[in-house]
Design a protein around this ligand. Sequence first.
Ligand code: A1D88
Ligand code: NDP
Length: 445
Amino acid sequence: MKEILDAIQSQDSTAADFAALSLPESYRAITVHKDEAEMFAGLESRDKDPRKSIHLDDVPVPELGPGEALVAVMASSVNYNSVWTSIFEPVSTFSFLERYGKLSELTKRHDLPYHIIGSDLAGVVLRTGPGVNAWNPGDEVVAHCLSVELESSDGHNDTMLDPEQRIWGFETNFGGLAEIALVKSNQLMPKPAHLSWEEAAAPGLVNSTAYRQLVSRNGAGMKQGDNVLIWGASGGLGSYATQFALAGGATPICVVSSPEKAEICRSMGAEAVIDRNAEGYKFWKDERTQDPREWKRFGKRIREFTGGEDIDIVFEHPGRETFGASVYVTRKGGTITTCASTSGYMHEYDNRYLWMSLKRIIGSHFANYREAWEANRLIAKGKIHPTLSKTYSLEDTGQAAYDVHRNLHQGKVGVLALAPREGLGVRDQEMREQHIDAINRFRNV
Ligand SMILES: C/C=C/C(=O)SCCNC(=O)CCNC(=O)[C@H](O)C(C)(C)COP(=O)(O)OP(=O)(O)OC[C@H]1O[C@@H](n2cnc3c(N)ncnc32)[C@H](O)[C@@H]1OP(=O)(O)O
Ligand SMILES: NC(=O)C1=CN([C@@H]2O[C@H](COP(=O)(O)OP(=O)(O)OC[C@H]3O[C@@H](n4cnc5c(N)ncnc54)[C@H](OP(=O)(O)O)[C@@H]3O)[C@@H](O)[C@H]2O)C=CC1
């Protein structure tokens, strides 16, 4: 592993140098264990502690198949899907690995008693499998997390619709929270040159998801002038949705839960910011009953910011706790676009406000190949910036996931894999200088 790291850190290593490197037999990886899938049985979700289920193990390097690449991971990031895996909710991800393992001889590799998790990476290509021509050893890359087989025509127009669509490092094995990762080569994209490894690894999953959900025609198709209600506007998804709204000429109405988070949104350029904690919204009177008066109070607050207008697009992901309010505050003909249900997936809303006002609910999930590429292109052009707040070592990934699970973090949380320290891997200093304040906006808040 030292030789690999030396080659990456030496400015003059060639593709031939990388191709000549021998691969280690094993590498360090963040895992959860199949025999621990019941360890939190009977506990409330918030009491399930990722620090107990997340392990740092030595694992063998997987065999490389056609169309695949092995990547030396310099940095990765924590996504909420790794929190779900670590608390074995809503289902154990070993059920996904078992199902994938039944697909073919090659996919059998994924069905193991340990799951190497993580759905983002920035690093360097080490080896490519048969049939890979676009990428070579030594290429500096990021990887998006869409894994598809594309043998069915269902996914040929929109790769997210492939019946064998999976999220790498969540529904497949050999993920990015590790020193080496196995990806399909179509997941690879050029690493933005002005960013460090950990900055480049931060946006991938959430930036691509926010792009499809908010900007793409497959999602809400946001346009100039739209009022966009963004829940968790300084969180993983929300910090990119806020940037897309601002960059696209829309007006974000940002919802957060503390003055510090409100300040981050303002520093991104948002003017309408609601601190849901300070304003004390209680959309549920009890476990089963919502309070429409609270929806109305929330709607009035939004109208104060917009000069009386209602919301064109709601960027939804908290789910059960907020969905009734989200449907209510949307304008006639408006759109609620949802990609998650962090607070519960059985939603309730008053359907009269949907059909009588001709509103639409759109389900959105990650991004297709092209959307992921477009989202990365915007990062590479310095139009959208990483929202990295803090970086952990691989050893401390459990703590990093705990922070995200307990909503103690801001923006994105990074993890250094092979990178010995932060700040390495920048290839375009001049461009970096142009954007340095935006790149550092979430740091140490
Ligand atoms: C990029 C990052 C993303 C995120 O972070 S997202 C957040 C994290 N993700 C989640 O929380 C989602 C986790 N996944 C799940 O909870 C489950 O994964 C799903 C609920 C999504 C799906 O459930 P399942 O049981 O895995 O799959 P089924 O499609 O329901 O198939 C089960 C059986 O039901 C049959 N079936 C499906 N649809 C129908 C239908 N319409 N009518 C009749 N049968 C149906 C199937 O064929 C199959 O059958 P057979 O067991 O025999 O193979
Ligand atoms: N389908 C897909 O493709 C994807 C789905 N997801 C899912 O989206 C969800 C969010 O992910 P991500 O943004 O990365 O997570 P983060 O935790 O980084 O951000 C979510 C933010 O939502 C807000 N929030 C949480 N709970 C509530 C609540 N009950 N009511 C109102 N606001 C709430 C919090 O902000 P504050 O406290 O400031 O209000 C929090 O910071 C997760 O469930 C994740 O699995 C994520 C990416 C892709």
